[in-house]
Design a protein around this ligand. Structure first.
Ligand SMILES: [Zn+2]
Length: 402
């Protein structure tokens, strides 16, 4: 579990932390360079073999794995004072981060790790703490010292601090400490019980539940987006790299930060509102990244639905409510009353009208109910689910044998 606290480093501390980030970024890119070179040297493109640039590497050189690069890091530290200046576990974690990305690319079909541009490496992690680093209103970070922290909520009893990630936002002017805490006792996941609702995440409204509750996107987003546009236009007129440009960029970054926070807050409030109403919550298992790239475009990204679903599942867990995702296919093409397929609806068609049973409601509401039905089907207790098909299967079999 992660708790995020705002921290207020002094100017010197900020400069030091920014330097660390830059060192980590270079280390990350250097390791990635080695990784890429190794892969390129082992590739044989038979028909497009270029004569002027082939990577040739001795076959004895091992694949630059995490352990291998960690070993090299100790060598580099002897010659490079920058690497030495950063806390050793932080640099090790930097190498690990690259290899996590690499593993995700291999196993989960995520993107190939990319080089990080200046300013795009925004956090570093202290993976271990022997004892609680937070004392009162300061946090004691190795090699950085005591940093003022706003501990707006205490760390619960019985939890240990596992690691602290320092995050820089808004061009290094706003800093956070993300504290990972761990409890020795394992909390079981909530079991399905009680009243359920299905949630259709939509375009017109932010979401619609199976009870036909509509939640609209918060209005201030529009205003903030408008202001963002103005600032961006202003920033684009400044001469790149100049002092005014830097200031304008900072303003844009701060507003972005404000929008992100406002959105997260809205998502939290909505999650709690939904948890107030039901004991089981079902949502679709849409891959929002894919949808955002496609026809729905910016609106989808704007809503941050992926983040909302993650937060919702977390809030459900915390409040002991059951959360599950159901198959999203054809939710808008099935009638919630009689299960009939009503065929594909156009995007602009906002009403569900079933030709079979005459059920009529808004399109989003119908999808919400379909999601609820599917969710309830998925949580039917095991013994009931097994009994039903076996009874159906055995009887006709006996009939035939006679
Ligand atoms: Zn129907």
């Amino acid at each position: 579990m992660n708790y995020t606290y705002r921290i207020y480093p002094t100017t010197d501390q900020q400069a030091l932390m920014l330097e660390w980030l830059e060192t980590c970024r270079r280390l990350y890119n250097r390791c990635l360079r080695d990784l890429k070179d190794w892969i390129a040297s082992r590739k044989c493109s038979l028909y497009s073999c270029s004569l002027n640039r082939e990577y040739i590497m001795s076959p004895d050189i091992l694949f630059p794995s995490y352990l291998e690069q960690k070993r090299q890091l100790t060598q580099w530290k002897k010659t490079n004072p920058h690497y030495k200046a950063v806390h050793s576990q932080v640099t090790q974690d930097c190498v690990k981060r690259l290899h996590n990305t690499w593993e995700a690319f291999k196993t989960k079909k995520f993107g190939f790790p990319r080089f990080k541009k200046f300013g795009r490496y925004q956090s570093f992690l202290f993976p271990q703490f022997a004892k609680n680093p937070i004392q009162g209103n300061v946090i004691n970070l190795p090699k950085i010292g005591f940093v003022e922290i706003n501990q707006h909520r205490p760390i619960p009893e019985g939890f240990n601090i596992k690691g602290v990630r320092i995050v820089s936002r808004a061009r290094g002017t706003v800093w956070y400490a993300v504290v990972t805490i761990q409890c020795d006792v394992k909390v079981p996941a909530p079991l399905p019980f009680g009243r359920g609702i299905g949630i259709d995440i939509g375009l017109e409204s932010f979401l619609v539940t199976s009870d036909n509750l509509r939640i609209e996107p918060a209005r201030f987003f529009r205003e903030l987006q408008g202001r963002l546009k103005v600032l961006q236009r202003r920033a684009s007129r400044k001469k790149k790299g100049g002092k005014n440009w830097e200031l304008a960029q900072l303003k844009v970054a701060r507003l972005h930060h404000q929008i992100t926070n406002a959105r997260k807050d809205f998502h939290f409030q909505t999650s709690h509102q939904l948890c107030d109403q039901a004991d089981m919550i079902f949502v679709e298992d849409i891959n929002f990244n894919m949808t955002a790239r496609g026809f729905l475009g910016k609106q989808m990204l704007d809503g941050g639905f992926g983040q909302f679903r993650d937060l919702l599942s977390w809030v459900c867990w915390k409040r002991g409510k059951y959360f599950a995702q159901v198959d999203h296919k054809y939710t808008s093409q099935v009638c919630p009353e009689c299960d009939a397929h009503t065929g594909q609806k156009e995007l602009r068609e906002r009403v569900h009208h079933c030709p079979e049973c005459g059920y009529k409601t808004s399109r989003d509401h119908a999808s919400g109910r379909v999601i609820l039905n599917r969710g309830l089907e998925s949580v039917v207790p095991m013994d009931c689910r097994e009994r039903k098909p076996s009874a159906e299967c055995v009887l006709p079999g006996i009939a035939i044998s006679r």
